[in-house]
Design a protein around this ligand. Structure first.
Ligand code: ZN
Ligand code: ZN
Length: 246
C-alpha cells in the first residue's frame, strides 16, 4: 500500500501546509481519509483518478478535516463520475445532508451514499480491512486502522487505548498540535503522546496536524526528544506530500 499525506496543517493558517488529508492506494484501489481545506487542490495536482476515488473516510466533524468534501463531491458530479460513498462518525449523514441542502444545485444533483460509523466497527473497503476506534476530542473522533499495518488517528488527547490499537502496526499517524510547553486540552503534545506509547512494538510514529508553533523548524528537535523520552520507535515529523510505502 502507498499513502500520500495531502495536508499536515491544522485550523490556524500555516504556509505550505494544507489541512488534514490522506490518499491511500493499493494498486488500482484508492480511498481518502479526511478532506480539510486544500485537500481538493492537492488531489487535483496529483492528477488523481476521480472516478476511482469514490470512497471518503472522515475522522470527525471539524472543518479542518472536512471542508473540501462538498467541493470534491460537486467536482466529481460535474465530471460525470458515479456517486461517491462517505464514511464518518455518527451524525455524518445528518451533517452532510443538511450542509448539501444549503446549496440548491448540490442538493438537487449531487448523489452520495453516506454511512455513519461507530467506534469499534469494522469496514471492508477497496480491498482494505479497516478497524476503527473512538478517540478523545471535542467531538466524536475516529481512528482508522488498515490491514493491521497502518493506523491514522483522528484529533485527540493521547489515550491509553492507542497502544493496544496500534500494537503490531508498522506506522501510526497521530496529531501533534502542540509543543510540550503548550496546553493539551483535546489535542496532543509530544511527551504525553510518548508516554502513551511507552513499551509499544509500533515501529514508526508519524506526527502531523501541527499548530503554528509546533510547525516551526525550531520546534522540531524538541518534539522528537519529547516523544522519544518514552517511545522507542522512529519518529517522523511529516511534510505535505510526503509518501509512505508499506
Ligand atoms: Zn484538526
Ligand atoms: Zn478536531
Amino acid at each position: 500500500m502507498k499513502l500520500t499525506v495531502l495536508g499536515t496543517g491544522s485550523p490556524p493558517p500555516i504556509p505550505n501546509r494544507m489541512q488534514t488529508g490522506y490518499l491511500l492506494e493499493n494498486g488500482q484501489q484508492i480511498l481518502s481519509i479526511d478532506c480539510g481545506s486544500g485537500v481538493y487542490n492537492r488531489l487535483c495536482d496529483l492528477k488523481v483518478d476521480w472516478e476511482a476515488l469514490d470512497t471518503y473516510l472522515i475522522t470527525h466533524h471539524h472543518l479542518d478535516h472536512m471542508t473540501d468534501i462538498l467541493t470534491i463531491l460537486t467536482g466529481r458530479w460535474l465530471l460525470g463520475c458515479k456517486p461517491a460513498t462517505v464514511y464518518g462518525p455518527v451524525g455524518t449523514e445528518d451533517l452532510l445532508r443538511n450542509w448539501m441542502k444549503l446549496f440548491e444545485y448540490v442538493h438537487d444533483f449531487v448523489e452520495v451514499d453516506i454511512h455513519d460509523v461507530q467506534g469499534g466497527q469494522t469496514l471492508d473497503l477497496k480491498g482494505f480491512h479497516i478497524e476503527t476506534m473512538e478517540m478523545k476530542h471535542f467531538v466524536t473522533s475516529l481512528s482508522y486502522k488498515f490491514d493491521s499495518r497502518l493506523a491514522i488517528c483522528g484529533d485527540s488527547d493521547p489515550i491509553p487505548e492507542l497502544k493496544p490499537f496500534s500494537e503490531g502496526c508498522e506506522v501510526l499517524f497521530h496529531e501533534c498540535s502542540y509543543t510540550d510547553d503548550q496546553a493539551d486540552n483535546g489535542h496532543t503534545n509530544p511527551t504525553d503522546l510518548g508516554k502513551m506509547l511507552a513499551g509499544s512494538t509500533l515501529k514508526q510514529l508519524w506526527l502531523t496536524h501541527f499548530y503554528p508553533k509546533a510547525a516551526e523548524s525550531e520546534s522540531r528537535q524538541g518534539i522528537i526528544d519529547g516523544v522519544k523520552k518514552h517511545f522507542e520507535g522512529d519518529v517522523v515529523l511529516v511534510e505535505d506530500l510526503q509518501t509512505l510505502e508499506l
